[in-house]
Design a protein around this ligand. Sequence first.
Ligand code: LLP
Length: 436
Amino acid sequence: HGTSTVNDLGHLEIGGVDVTKLQEQYGTPLYVYDVALIKERAYDFVQAFNKRNIKAQVAYASKAFSCVAMVQLAKELDLSLDVVSGGELHTALVAGFPVEKIHFHGNNKSYDEIDMAVEAGIGCFVVDNFFEIELLKQAAKKHNKVVSVLLRITPGVEAHTHEYISTGQEDSKFGFDLTTGQAEEAIQKVTDDESFQLLGLHCHIGSQIFETTGFTLAVEKIFSYLAEWKTKLNYVPRVLNLGGGFGIRYIEGDTPLPVSQYVDATIDAIEFQAEKLAIEIPEVWIEPGRSLVGDAGTTLYTVGSEKEIPEVRHYLSVDGGMTDNLRPALYQAEYEAVVANRCNETNQETYSIAGKCCESGDMLIWDIALPFAKPGDILAVFCTGAYGYSMANNYNRIPRPAVVFVENGESTLVVKRETYEDVVRLDLSLDGCEVK
Ligand code: LLP
């Protein structure tokens, strides 16, 4: 798994660091990121575009995992950055990310968020709706700036986890609808206004996708409208952003494609359509989140209590759960795990891994074969790098875990563990006064 190996002691090592050392030094639960693997994934995307000799931007969708160090790593890797809230934007600014490479998403950006982004001078807004056009115009006027925008459209192609379906009428909270003329109206509104520079169009068809068909269908759909807009509005996009959604392997049955296959299929479709329409090939932008950081993350837990119901189930509880990984409870997401300090022992028992929250649904993994585990053992759950820390919460007032980057045998703490003081930090006493 990534740069994970097993050492002579039978301990899992990530990035050359023994996880028992990480448990000792930082405690658990702990998110551990294999930095070399993030670099490799980023390189794969960039290379896939370089090979095609096409103008491109690979924007890291920071919703997958945002913290100052991660944004700084994205900067180092020369990626652009997709943010979806004032909080993610603030993180990017604090991290010193180049503002001109920040793209701002969201279906309900507030005026304050827009104002903050215009003032900062970010690269572009991915405009989602007519209300946002008005807010953005106000902010542009206030700062006396011309803002660059992509218009997010709903292409009527919806990718589900394993299949895609093509819907005539897209029912989604995001973007301008194609079929009812919203997209066309938005293009007119934005091109007619000196506050805006319309860079192009954006769409995002879904997440954890294992096929190229959804992407190529989206391209075809957009171009079928572009043909009309070219004649009618004299509009040709300079940029096409196809969003993210490239799948990763969480469990054995998952079959993601190599990154270059997604990229090649999409570029092929765009080149074919552009030639047909006799327009210049637009720049192609994408926004991978999960596929850049997902499999680089591993969560370490310490094993605690167990409960065996003979012939029924053997529960093994760990010191985290739905507070640090909401995905099993929210999406029935599946994960693989090992007892990380007993990697050389054979699997002898079928366990179900429970979290520590007061909630029956707080189960991380159902029925996994593992060696016999004892309290104090380390359970390592793989592929938790995307939407793990970023969706972590304080249910039951459980402090959020720390995050550690590992590379070349070294570990660096990049997010501190929350403390009980942090848990009550914003609380005031009954009379509204500070708590001592
Ligand atoms: N671009 C846009 C406009 C998006 O909405 C998303 C994800 C991405 C890019 C990045 O998608 P990715 O490459 O990571 O699949 N919390 C869910 C995933 C929600 C994804 C939302 N949008 C999960 O844990 O699976």
